[in-house]
Ligand binder design. Structure first.
Ligand SMILES: NC(=O)c1ccc[n+]([C@@H]2O[C@H](COP(=O)([O-])OP(=O)(O)OC[C@H]3O[C@@H](n4cnc5c(N)ncnc54)[C@H](O)[C@@H]3O)[C@@H](O)[C@H]2O)c1
Length: 251
């Protein structure tokens, strides 16, 4: 049994995880943290981590990048394992994640779904073959109109995966409107579309001379992220300090 503190419990993801865990005999949410302290799910909800006096094994975080500094300080001081799912972190926050991982177990992933984590591996393999043969690489992502960060953390993770296969020789191009120039062969274009209730779509396009290979992933519900986050919390319980990702969970 893993006892979980749900950070951002009254948000969209916090609520999906709450109902998933209610049906899981190996996991329990023992407390929630949210600016909105309404107790909707039978566990106590606190306005901040300091107010929370409930013992737990792991924190699952789906809240806001603004709340991440405080969350990391808390987890470092208490040696509390954390599944960090909030996206849109600054470079300084990403750096801080690595520091905190020296003191406690941290699993950070911009996308908790099985499909995207497989895709991260597949695009790396594809890039090694196709980019080396002159294919251009572009990523197009689509999300709902409530999303605040762009491009998505998943699009950046896909770009990082490709770039790793290319010995980090590529740079990212987010906006073509400011330049009237041809595309640089050593760039990865990343475009964001926002609208309606789209849960999450990512296309990784390898465009060569007279042929195009496209990898597509579509999320039809937030349940895929919730499932991954709960699996990650079970994995992280009792783990030694260090930085983990979803590939450690799914093997
Ligand atoms: N890693 C993944 O697989 C994945 C998947 C979906 C969403 N996300 C990310 O998770 C985050 C949350 O997504 P969401 O759709 O649930 O958002 P949401 O806005 O619906 O929910 C966020 C919740 O966090 C609470 N919150 C905000 N600031 C807080 C603070 N300082 N302290 C405590 N609670 C605070 C809000 O009150 C809200 O209830 C976003 O960054 C999103 O991009 C990641």
């Amino acid at each position: 049994m893993v006892n979980i503190i749900m950070h951002g419990c009254n948000g969209a993801m916090g609520q999906v995880i709450s109902s998933l865990v209610e049906r899981d005999e190996e996991a329990k949410i023992v407390a929630g943290i949210d600016l909105n302290t309404e107790a909707k799910n039978g566990y106590p909800v606190f306005a901040s981590l300091e107010d929370c006096d409930v013992e737990a094994d792991v924190v699952i975080d789906f809240a806001s990048a603004k709340a991440v500094d405080h969350l990391l300080d808390y987890c470092e001081t208490r040696r509390m394992p954390v599944v960090l799912c909030t996206t849109g972190l600054s470079e300084a926050q990403v750096e801080r994640v690595s520091q905190v991982a020296k003191e406690t177990a941290v699993l950070r992933s911009a996308n908790m779904s099985l499909g995207i984590n497989l895709l991260l591996k597949l695009v790396k393999e594809a890039a090694a073959v196709l980019a080396a043969s002159g294919f251009d690489m572009e990523i197009v992502e689509k999300h709902h109109n409530q999303k605040v960060d762009a491009p998505s953390g998943t699009a950046l993770a896909l770009a990082d995966s490709i770039n790793e296969a290319m010995d980090h020789q590529y740079h990212y191009q987010y906006d073509r409107s400011a330049r009237r120039e041809k595309r640089d062969p050593k760039e990865i274009g990343i475009q964001a579309v926002r609208g309606g209730s789209i849960v999450g779509e990512h296309d990784v396009i390898f465009a060569g001379q007279d042929e195009v290979v496209t990898f597509s992933h579509t999320a039809y519900s937030k349940a895929i992220f919730a499932k991954g986050a709960v699996a990650a919390a079970k994995f992280l319980k009792g783990k030694a300090a260090g930085l983990y990702d979803m590939s450690d969970v799914i093997g």
